[in-house]
Design a protein around this ligand. Structure first.
Ligand code: Z5A
Length: 216
């Protein structure tokens, strides 16, 4: 029998701008670095020059791209990141935690592009399926307060206004509705509470994941 190879778990952090993804991912990274958990904190911006170029263009687009161009560029960046970075780590047995994945594109680009699902189906064979998706949920008023509080200008996507982000949130909640991989976290709570909940949820998930993989 071929030797059994354990794969890493794929954990995705999702949410609107200002939901606390970056803050929680940083804390989660610190937490893992004090343990012997093999992990990689993935970022399209930091891990690949191709993805950085695509994402920078997308954030600074002016005037807006055609909706299909925009959708395909987000998927192009995701495929590049998955194939070159995420998949090798997972296959080598390292857990990967990433800031946004395809649910973001379905939720954001889905507001304006009725054909987002078709692009998704084309891309899907080149992506990996997340094992756990934490959705940091904030309503539109909290989104607005946090994004404006940052005091920097709004980029091309941030300028789409509150009704757009309310629709994005509704799309996320719909995706989560019948998918047991989603955990919805109330991200209006103080950051410390959100972080405590995040660690507890991810720890519990990884314990089960390891048992399931060993048993299979
Ligand atoms: N986009 C897209 O349309 N399609 C796609 O496929 C992808 C992306 C991948 C950039 O995304 C834009 O691209 C984004 C979606 C779109 N557009 N919008 N709008 P990004 O992933 O590069 O960046 P981001 O999501 O915009 O990151 P962010 O603004 O940094 O949000 P965050 O990481 O979730 O939040 P944070 O930096 O941790 O926190 C923001 C602030 O809120 C900060 O001052 C915190 O201290 C504060 N905060 C966070 N949590 C709390 C709590 N619980 N209490 C109080 N204050 C808090």
């Amino acid at each position: 029998m071929a030797p059994f190879k354990r794969r890493g778990a794929f954990v995705v952090i999702e949410g609107l701008d200002g939901a606390g993804k970056t803050s929680n991912i940083r804390n989660l990274g610190n937490y893992f670095s004090h343990s012997d958990t093999p992990h990689f904190m993935a970022s399209e911006y930091d891990d690949s020059k191709v993805c950085l170029a695509l994402r920078t263009m997308l954030n600074n687009q002016a005037p807006d791209f055609n909706v299909m161009t925009e959708t395909m560029m987000f998927y192009a960046s995701r495929i590049e990141h998955t194939q070159k970075i995420i998949a090798p780590y997972l296959d080598g047995g390292t857990h990967v935690i990433t800031d946004r994945y395809y649910a973001t594109t379905l939720a954001y680009q889905g507001v304006k592009n009725p054909k987002v699902r078709e692009v998704h189906e084309l891309a899907q064979p080149h992506l990996r399926e997340p094992d756990l998706i934490l959705f940091y949920d904030i309503p539109g008023d909290v989104y607005e307060a946090r994004v404006l509080m940052r005091g920097k200008g709004l980029d091309a996507i941030e300028s789409r206004g509150r009704p757009y982000f309310e629709q994005v949130r509704a799309n996320f909640l719909k995706l989560a509705e019948n998918d047991p991989r989603y955990l919805i976290i109330d991200a209006t709570k103080p950051l410390e509470d959100v972080f405590t909940e995040t660690i507890a949820r991810v720890d519990a998930f990884l314990r089960t994941f390891n048992e399931d993989v060993v048993a299979s």
